[in-house]
Design a protein around this ligand. Structure first.
Ligand SMILES: Cc1ncc(COP(=O)(O)O)c(C=O)c1O
Length: 386
């Protein structure tokens, strides 16, 4: 067998840096001890700049979906009207959660692979002719690799009706984008540990402004584990309401140190440089891209192979021969697209591995030489960053 260094390029989980792994393996401490309070206080605070939040960020010991659910149960009362932008599998996740608890759920469908058109969305809100309590959107819709125009959406929403709560699922991009709750008019911004924050799976994060915090305390929808008031009360004491994943909290602090060393602006710039380089490389391989440049995610890229056979060949051979794991499509895009994740601890040169492997595989599959073609395009873009 020929050896290739394994490379995990799925849009989560992502490779976990050694420094984080080490931190997560330190000896256990009691979660009701001052040892943990020190860890927790640091972790709640360390996430603030990553989320562009003024308040300490809540940390739940559960996967990202729990923060989606918490963002509904703590913002919307049972009789409220809520609106969900569905542009892919994770918009559908919001929809499924909403339909589990609420009767007045309005769905704004966006074609998969497209970003929300803000004026059309505001027209949709107007057409509902009802008072809407909250609007839910993905920031990056991971299943299509689209980034929605969140700042434009936030401002348009608040201009339309400033009482609407704007809730954003940033599970697959927080840690790789420039976001600011105040500037972008977001009330609640949620995320998970296993994507650009490059931790193992198992934590969910909730950032919120003061207005949302107030709302959490007024909402009457039944909830227990996901009652954010419990987390807020504990957070003030540098603690958590239930047994936390102590190891991953340590991981959060190790993550924050890595970001500090690199500089958050550099972290973001690296993600965009990789995105831009990879898109040019894929074009040089005569592969179509699902998403227009304007709305392309800095954390995941969706490509369309020329046929199902080509798609299966690429995915299987990358894994079997080159130890590179990428993702397929979800929902009706399953079997239609492939997704390359490039977030967290991914260097521009890591992506050269997948680009060069694709050159070899497509040269074989199409019986046409691509050797050197995609790498050249990739480096032409990435050299400005390097
Ligand atoms: C945008 C988005 N939202 C929510 C989730 C769900 O997170 P989890 O699988 O951690 O529950 C994911 C996971 O891929 C995601 O990408």
């Amino acid at each position: 067998m020929k050896y290739y260094h394994p490379l995990l390029l799925t849009p989560g989980p992502t490779p976990v840096p050694e420094q984080i792994l080490h931190a997560t393996q330190e000896p256990m401490v009691g979660h009701r001890s001052s040892d943990f309070e020190t860890i927790a206080e640091e972790a709640f605070r360390a996430l603030k700049p990553i989320f562009g939040a003024q308040n300490d960020v809540m940390i739940l010991t559960s996967s990202g979906t729990s923060s989606l659910e918490a963002s509904m149960l703590n913002i919307a009362n049972p009789e409220d009207d809520i609106v969900i932008i569905v542009s892919g599998a994770f918009g559908n996740r919001f929809k499924q959660i909403a339909e589990t608890y609420y009767d007045n759920v309005h769905i704004f469908e966006v074609e998969w692979g497209e970003a929300v058109n803000v004026p059309d969305f505001i027209d949709f809100l107007k057409s509902l002719n009802t008072t809407v309590t909250a609007v839910y959107s993905q920031y990056c819709e991971t299943s299509t690799a689209v980034v929605h125009p969140i700042n434009e959406l936030g401002h348009a929403l608040k201009t339309y009706d400033e009482s609407i709560y704007f809730v954003v699922d940033g599970v697959s991009c927080i840690g790789a984008v420039d976001v600011d709750l105040q500037r972008d008019q977001i009330d609640v911004l949620i995320s998970g540990s296993q994507k650009a924050i490059m931790l193992p799976p198992g934590l969910a994060f909730v950032a919120y402004n003061d207005r949302a915090k107030e709302r959490f305390s007024q909402v009457t929808t039944p909830r227990f584990y996901l009652d954010l008031n419990k987390y807020l009360k504990s957070l003030a004491d540098h603690s958590t309401p239930f047994t936390p994943n102590v190891s991953l909290f340590r991981g959060v602090n190790a993550y924050a140190k890595l970001v500090e060393e690199e500089g958050f602006e550099q972290v973001i710039a690296r993600h965009y440089a990789i995105r831009d380089g990879l898109r040019e490389a894929l074009k040089a391989l005569d592969l179509d891209l699902l998403v227009k440049d304007e709305f392309a995610s800095p954390t995941v890229t969706a490509l369309i192979p020329k046929s199902k056979d080509e798609l299966n060949f690429i995915k299987k051979e990358l894994k079997d021969r080159f130890s590179i794991t990428i993702a397929g499509g979800q929902g009706h895009l399953k079997g239609e697209i492939l997704r390359i994740g490039h977030m967290g601890q991914i260097s521009p040169f890591d992506i050269l591995q997948v680009v060069s492997a694709l050159e070899i595989l497509l040269s074989e599959f199409r019986n046409e030489s691509y050797i050197g073609k995609a790498i050249t395009q990739y480096m032409e873009v990435v050299k400005a960053y390097v």
